[in-house]
Write a protein that binds this ligand. Structure first.
Ligand SMILES: [Zn+2]
Length: 210
């Protein structure tokens, strides 16, 4: 089972990947993976709007292809868009040629500068091939909203207990995560707002490239 906060060793092994933004700023970088999903994503956008929060959506290409109006809405409301492969492939179980072709297929729809590997699983060869074109974004805090064995309250504790300045936080705008997300997202945003955090989208201009 994945820990809420990735171990320091993982960060050492993967120095070229982005795990956290600046610790000097009281800002959080919320990210939503696996959408767009017509039942969940519009609700997420409404909640973000209520809190004047900008965020980053790592879209699955085949979902984006089915929901072009939702992709437009995400962009028009000031959020960043990243590539999360076309078919949500596990890099450890997929050859590099197939993996990179799948990223390209999503890229035709998304034109993104940010990439997040599904399941956080990518080989060093795949990462090396993508690094010149994308900032590869991992995370500082995993909400585990997708895990049906945890309660919505536990999901809130996961994120509130681990976030710090510059944290990149993972949520999912997916049907699987929806039961936890519906409770955890507004509850966490309320606490973070009270604590004075700003909510920012990851920069898409390539300035993050390492
Ligand atoms: Zn995913």
């Amino acid at each position: 089972m994945l820990p809420v906060r990735p171990p320091a060793l993982a960060r050492l092994y993967w120095p070229g990947l982005l795990w956290r933004m600046s610790a000097k700023e009281k800002s959080l970088y919320l990210t939503f993976d696996d959408g767009p999903e017509p039942r969940v994503t519009p609700w997420v956008l409404d909640v973000l709007n209520d809190f004047r929060a900008e965020a980053t959506f790592f879209l699955v290409g085949e979902n984006a292809g089915r929901q072009p109006a939702l992709v437009d809405r995400i962009r028009s409301e000031g959020h960043a868009v990243g590539n999360h492969t076309h078919r949500h492939l596990n890099g450890w179980r997929t050859g590099s040629t197939e993996y990179l072709a799948d990223v390209d297929r999503a890229q035709d729809l998304l034109g993104a500068r940010l990439f997040r590997p599904p399941y956080g699983r990518i080989t060093r060869a795949q990462a090396a091939a993508l690094k010149s074109r994308f900032t590869i974004v991992m995370w500082d805090v995993l909400s585990k909203d997708y895990d049906s064995r945890i309660t919505p309250a536990q999901c809130v504790r996961n994120v509130l207990g681990a976030t710090r300045n510059g944290s990149i936080v993972v949520f999912h705008d997916s049907l699987k995560a929806e039961p936890n997300l519906r409770h955890a997202l507004p509850a966490a945003l309320q606490e973070w707002s009270r604590a004075g955090f700003a909510f920012k989208a990851l920069p898409m201009d390539g300035s993050l490239r390492r």
